[in-house]
Design a protein around this ligand. Structure first.
Ligand SMILES: Cc1cc2nc3c(=O)[nH]c(=O)nc-3n(C[C@H](O)[C@H](O)[C@H](O)COP(=O)(O)OP(=O)(O)OC[C@H]3O[C@@H](n4cnc5c(N)ncnc54)[C@H](O)[C@@H]3O)c2cc1C
Length: 397
């Protein structure tokens, strides 16, 4: 039997994250959005509470909560408070996933504890996208060249969360190995190797404006050989590792999208109960009630797909099909639900006095980052083709 009830540990995290979002995020979210200010004070507080490193192994300084549903529950609740501030708090997860998916045990031991140091907050970044390499990551131009005992990296990275302000950047670059073939490999650039890495421009964004996003340049950035992740893997294996990383991070993005949608749904419901037009609360007009019904169904469906992607990640080596479905549907749900929440709040919803307009702006990002919705559809359709060409015919479940 499938049981969707949360374990005691999961409930505890949900409660802790919800209280943190209520007390420390939601009341300040619009201010950080207006000022486009990086919420370092909130991040420091979240770090002290362990929210930045709950799931990292105890031997690395984390809390050892290795239940893979925990980051999803956490992201949903924090994003309910603010999608941007959630992104800031959980930003080490992306580079950490790269280190877990593609790094050796020795590299994990060296880098993951940086994110778990209670006294010194360290910020992470994952730099894959480039001006000419967005959806098509194989067209990366950033290059790492081995010179003696170092790699020298040159290139430009675009739209990088925490770009230039992070203490640890995982930078993806092309590298030519002994077999004379180009491989895409991730390189860890810590504060020690940061010379030559600088911000070209800080992006001004539509939403998630509490996050820092920047275009960065790497000019002769030198890293020791042992900072290359996926060393010894050929281009095919390295690429597979990168997909594995995305399969793990996409459910996380999906969970945050669910959190934003939930926030908008709750707000619109309360508004509809109190707003009277034509002598009755607007929730009693079927047009509004049906919008809310659709919102409720889609939010639950998005969460279930997200949890399904997580479950598939536990039971299978490749959960790409489920991860893409969850990311696609949750992103579309967040966009639709937040837009309908603005609709229900009417003219007031269009004003900055109500948070729904911010949530609508915030929600759009989920259809773009970590692979656009079109790229998720491409991915899903490739799995369908693969399954349908199997000897048992088309069976996708
Ligand atoms: C706020 C923000 C934060 C980000 N953070 C990071 C980060 O921390 N690290 C990082 O590496 N990247 C980050 N990104 C980059 C993000 O992942 C890319 O923007 C995204 O992958 C899309 O790439 P692109 O913008 O170059 O669009 P393009 O690839 O140019 O796509 C443009 C349009 O064409 C469509 N398209 C492209 N190819 C196809 C195809 N084959 N079939 C159908 N449609 C297609 C796309 O879906 C899209 O609609 C961030 C982006 C933003 C906006």
């Amino acid at each position: 039997m499938i049981d969707f009830s949360l374990s005691e540990e999961q409930k505890h995290i949900q409660h802790m994250a919800k209280s943190f979002a209520k007390e420390h995020i939601r009341p300040y979210a619009s201010q950080y959005d207006e000022e486009e200010k990086f919420p370092r004070d909130i991040l420091e507080m979240a770090h002290k509470k362990g929210l930045t490193h709950l799931m990292y192994p105890k031997e690395f300084g984390g809390y050892g909560m290795n239940d893979p549903y925990i980051p999803l529950i956490l992201a949903e609740e924090l994003a309910w408070g603010c999608a941007g501030i959630n992104t800031v708090i959980t930003s080490s997860y992306l580079p950490a996933e790269a280190i877990f998916a593609l790094g050796t045990r020795e590299q994990q031991e060296r880098f993951i504890p940086l994110f778990c140091d209670k006294e010194n907050l360290r910020i992470g970044a994952m730099a894959l996208t480039e001006p000419e390499a967005g959806s098509n990551v194989s067209s990366l131009k950033t290059r790492a060249v081995q010179v003696g005992d170092r790699y020298v990296i040159n290139g430009t990275k675009k739209f990088i969360g925490n770009g230039g302000i992070a203490d640890l950047h995982v930078v993806f670059a092309k590298v030519r190995d002994e077999d004379e073939k180009d491989t895409i490999a991730p390189f860890v650039v810590t504060n020690q190797e940061k010379k030559g890495l600088s911000i070209l421009r800080k992006d001004k964004k539509m939403g998630i404006r509490a996050t820092h996003t920047a275009e960065i340049t790497l000019e002769n950035v030198e890293v020791p050989l042992e900072n290359r992740l996926s060393k010894g893997k050929n281009s095919r294996e390295a690429y597979k590792g990168m997909l594995l990383m995305l399969n793990r991070t996409r459910p996380l993005v999906a969970a945050a999208a669910v959190g934003v949608a939930k926030a908008a749904f709750e707000y619109a419901t309360e508004y509809a109960q109190n707003r009277v037009q034509f002598n009755k609360p607007i929730i009693e007009h079927q047009g509004v009630a049906f919008l809310l019904a659709d919102m409720a169904v889609k939010i639950d469906a998005a969460r279930l797909l997200t949890w399904q992607a997580c479950a598939a990640g536990i039971h299978k080596t490749d959960n790409g099909f489920e991860a893409s479905k969850a990311k696609l549907f949750s992103a579309e749900t967040a966009r639709e639900v937040t837009s309908n929440a603005v609709q229900i709040v009417g003219g007031n919803g269009y004003l900055r006095d109500h948070p729904v307009e911010k949530w609508m702006r915030d929600a759009k990002i989920f259809e773009i980052w970590e692979g656009t919705s079109e790229i998720q559809k491409l991915n899903i359709s490739r799995y369908i083709q693969k399954f349908s060409s199997g000897k048992d015919g088309a069976h996708v479940y």
